[in-house]
Design a binder for this molecule. Structure first.
Ligand code: PEP
Ligand code: MG
Length: 294
């Protein structure tokens, strides 16, 4: 493994030519590090950097972060790095965040930056240094972005360090509703359907009794995804999905039909998703999406 946390592989860019698996590269970083070679992923769609921070009393140093990121950047050409997604729901002792009554609605993801801006500043410095060291151009995105102001602040700080492609995750309905405006600030969106479903349906994503509400086929969720995809089409900017839904061979065609331009999933899902997409035309995917929305 790369020892730099887990990463999901992106796959199956869905360009105008259609939805087949033609042309997808053979590089990727697997769930345990590097492991997706051979499944034909184009890159890493979600590099969950928080795994580098877990189970520690002190945050990883700048140097340690540079080494971990550079190792991944050196192996895989296209990597989308997500900045630290921790908070009171994924607690890290060294953050020292106060206990909260309702952690899912509290200080998590990019919101940690309100209390501890040095954590993100150091991480962005380390990502930029690792990119220079590896001669790579990673894309960088923030989790749990809610407002345009948060997105523009994040983009400004990332670009000030020379990071060329800056994006935000869409995990909060407020962000999906403002997708067009967000894309005036950033270069791409990546929809985290796990959290977007949780916050759209006001249903804890771990709660098995609420699984029907969290089903990504729920039309309300699909409408928010469609809104983001349409905003991306208008802006000429990529809008991917990096939640679990993207790795489901029954859902992937729907997402493509909604206009999503890339799918990120665990490496183990890539072959089945590719097969599902290769069996359909783009028009058939669009038809599935129309039916699901209806
Ligand atoms: C998501 O919320 O869909 C996502 C990809 O992020 P995580 O599952 O790490 O919260
Ligand atoms: Mg999430």
């Amino acid at each position: 493994g790369a020892g730099a946390g887990t990463a999901e592989t992106g796959t199956a860019e869905t360009g105008a030519e259609g939805v087949g698996a033609e042309g997808v590269g053979a590089e990727g970083v697997g769930a345990e590090g590097v492991g997706a070679e051979g499944v034909g992923a184009e890159g890493v769609g979600l590099f969950r950097t928080e795994f580098l921070f877990l189970d520690r009393r002190q945050p990883p140093s700048f140097e340690e972060q540079v080494a971990a990121y550079a190792e991944v950047f050196g192996r895989v050409e296209h990597v989308i790095v997500r900045t630290l997604d921790a908070g009171t729901d994924k607690p890290l002792p060294f953050l020292g965040l106060p206990r909260e009554q309702n952690p899912a609605l509290g200080v998590r993801g990019l919101r940690v930056d309100r209390l501890l801006p040095e954590v993100l500043d150091t991480q962005l410095d380390a990502i930029a240094a690792a990119a220079r060291q590896a001669g790579a151009e990673p894309w960088v995105m923030a989790p749990m972005v809610t407002t345009v102001g948060e997105a523009s602040d994040f983009a400004r700080r990332a670009r000030a360090r020379g990071i060329a492609r800056v994006g935000v995750m869409v995990e909060v309905p407020a962000a999906a509703l403002r997708a067009g405006r967000l894309l005036q600030e950033v270069d791409f969106l990546s929809i985290g359907t796990n959290d977007l479903a949780q916050y759209t349906f006001a249903a804890d994503r771990q709660h098995s009794a609420l699984a029907d509400l969290l089903d990504p086929r729920q039309p309300a969720l699909l409408e928010l995804i469609a809104l983001c995809a349409e905003a991306g089409r208008q802006a000429g900017k990529p809008v991917g999905v990096c939640g679990e839904a993207a790795g489901d061979p029954l859902l992937a065609p729907l997402l493509v039909g909604l206009g999503v331009t890339s799918l990120s999933m665990a490496p183990v899902c890539v072959p089945e998703v590719r097969e599902a997409l290769a069996a359909l035309t783009l028009d058939e995917c669009r038809e599935q999406a129309r039916a699901a929305l209806a």
